[in-house]
Design a binder for this molecule. Structure first.
Ligand code: PEP
Ligand code: CO
Length: 446
């Protein structure tokens, strides 16, 4: 591999980076961060990679989900628990329906930087820098809030550590115990259309566990914990560089600020700084692929980012949109197959389906999201390739951000509980609906 170190990206053009007024202050924050302990270990990262390798071959399924944009304010017990609850419930539906292990990954504990279409935002004739996520500036539309502040990087590290600490305690300490799915109930679930189906399934699993217990098979301790991994878009390169470390007991560099970083659709230029950064880390990585990607371009990215063709290294997170997937995905599958690069194909049915209402609110139609999921399964089936995962923006809060679904959210409901300050997320019911859809597809296919 041509020379690489964690700062090599600085020799290339880095898109979507905020302008810091005082580069010395930024450097001093980066130096502080570089001395902080890592948040994850290379052992965990490698274990995830081997599970993703299995998923790429059909032996497991990746469930990746969480906020579009984590906020510092939401680093609290309640929102963290709720997100974990939704992901645990969805994974139970998927395991039960697909008969395969589910790899649970949150867009969590580090998802604090956002790419934006414009550097500035204008409201009522006033123009200010765009909000770029809580690790860069703040969302309220005032000059003070929109100022880029390097110390927010330390705030992001601290919140990531606190979030991850709580997630580890919950997933290791009995909360996720499959013998006690009541731990993951959400208050408003009984009103949900899928509630009865879910609870019936949970009762069935309870019966099976008691049966296994009586004949003596699996010990209850085996089922009292789950693996849970973190991911975020590695967008803000000074932060990612500071969390990039040499592994303790193996060769190479790892991003130890998260298990599973991904490259955004807007920053995957093969000559750009992000690809340069990702080239040198050993983590499994995601690449967001949108309608502007060409088949040759994707294969070139695979050549650069996975020259050794390591299985589990690359996840292609396809986010074309329901109206474009039919034209965009087949040539890509054909080119990747012809290149013989091993990849895990995942679906992000969110980012290609964002629309703005007449009232100027960003939303997504649930039916278009379902269409993209269904089409993705159909297209892969016709090519003999495997959908190995799904990537969703969701929350455990009972929000009204995406329209449609069994809860019948209309555009007029969007104002009622719209909490996201970037992209609209699925609420609990909508997220569960997708889990049931995928589980049903898997049943039909077998
Ligand atoms: C995101 O995942 O929030 C995002 C910005 O996605 P994309 O890079 O696919 O547009
Ligand atoms: Co988003």
């Amino acid at each position: 591999m041509p020379h690489w170190d964690p700062s090599s990206w600085t020799t290339k053009a880095a898109l979507q980076q905020p302008a810091y007024e005082d580069p010395d202050q930024l450097q001093s924050v980066v130096a502080t961060l570089a001395n902080r302990p890592p948040l994850v270990t290379s052992w965990e990262v490698e274990r995830l990679k081997s599970q993703l390798a299995l998923a790429s071959q059909g032996g497991a399924f990746l469930l990746q989900g969480g906020d579009c944009n984590e906020s510092f304010d939401a680093c609290q017990a309640g929102p963290i628990e709720k997100k974990l609850k939704v992901l645990l419930q969805m994974s139970l539906v998927l395991v039960y329906g697909m008969h395969k292990p589910v790899i649970r990954v949150g867009r969590i504990a580090g998802q604090y930087a956002k790419p934006r279409s414009n550097d500035t935002e204008t409201r009522d004739g006033v123009t200010l820098p765009s909000y770029r996520g809580d690790c860069v500036n703040r969302s309220p539309f005032t000059p003070e809030d929109r100022k880029t502040r390097p110390e927010l990087l330390l705030g992001a590290y601290d919140r990531s550590a606190q979030t991850l600490n709580y997630l580890r305690a919950l997933t290791e300490g009995g909360f996720a115990d499959i013998n006690h799915p009541e731990n993951w109930e959400l208050d408003f679930v009984s009103q949900s259309a899928r509630s009865e189906e879910y609870h019936q399934m949970v009762r069935g699993i309870g019966d099976s566990l008691r049966f296994i217990d009586t004949i003596g098979g699996v010990t209850r301790a085996d089922l009292s914990r789950v693996d849970f991994y973190t991911s975020h878009e590695a967008l803000l390169l000074p932060y990612e560089q500071a969390l990039t470390r040499r592994a303790i007991s193996r060769d190479g560099w790892y991003n130890l600020g998260t298990h599973y970083p991904w490259i955004g659709d807007r920053t995957r230029d093969i000559h750009g700084a992000h690809v340069e950064y990702f080239r040198g880390i050993r983590n499994p990585i995601g690449i967001k692929i949108g309608p502007t990607a060409t088949a040759d371009g994707v294969v070139a990215l695979l050549d650069t980012l996975n020259p050794d063709r390591e299985i589990g290294r690359i996840t292609l997170i396809c986010r074309f949109g329901a109206s474009k997937i039919g034209d965009s995905l087949p040539p890509l599958i054909q080119a990747v197959e012809a290149s013989r690069h091993p990849v895990l194909w995942s679906i992000d049915p969110m980012h290609g389906n964002t629309v703005t209402t007449d009232g100027g609110i960003k939303t997504r139609h649930f039916d278009r999201i379902l269409d993209e999921v269904r089409d993705s399964f159909t297209i892969h089936a016709s090519h003999g390739t495997i959908v190995g995962g799904i990537h969703l923006e969701l929350t455990g809060n009972n929000v009204t951000e995406c329209v449609g679904g069994t809860g019948g959210i209309q555009s007029s409901d969007l104002g009622r509980a719209y909490e996201s300050n970037v992209d609209p997320r699925l609420n609990y019911e909508q997220a569960m609906e997708i889990a049931f859809l995928i589980a049903g597809r898997a049943r039909e296919a077998t």
